[in-house]
Unconditional design. Structure first.
Length: 133
């Protein structure tokens, strides 16, 4: 399941409908001030990931630790690397700027699908690199 999750984040959305439950819920502090509750189901998740990838089209996620599995929970630490293409709100970095940031995903499974997602990423590092602070 986690391999498909990483492929989705890397831009291959073909497994999203099979992996993400219709009632899927995101728990995250979003840049627009939201809490992620507007992201429900596979379509919303893919759209949200697509927004991220629009500013970093070559963004590549790799698992650094895990996935660790405990009952219905799956967790992994990841690193993302890519190239800024422009369009990130408030960024003063030039397109072509290389970025690297890390994070931890914790997901809850039910009936072989992901139903909840807690995201903790190092946005301070990313925003600093993009000169958006």
């Amino acid at each position: 399941m986690f391999d498909t999750w990483i492929r989705i984040w890397n831009g291959d959305y073909t497994g999203a409908d099979a992996l993400i439950a219709p009632g899927f819920r995101l728990h995250a502090a979003l840049l627009d001030g939201g809490d992620g509750s507007s992201v429900r189901g596979a379509d919303d998740l893919v759209a949200w990931i697509g927004q991220t990838r629009a500013a970093f089209p070559d963004l590549r996620f790799t698992a650094e630790v895990g996935p660790l599995v405990d009952g219905e929970f799956v967790s992994a630490r990841w690193t993302a690397t890519g190239t800024y293409a422009g369009g990130f709100p408030g960024a003063r970095a030039e397109p072509g700027t290389a970025v690297t940031f890390t994070g931890t995903d914790t997901l809850r499974t039910e009936h072989g699908r992901f139903v909840e997602y807690w995201l903790n990423s190092d946005m301070l590092s990313l925003l600093t690199r993009l000169q958006a602070l």
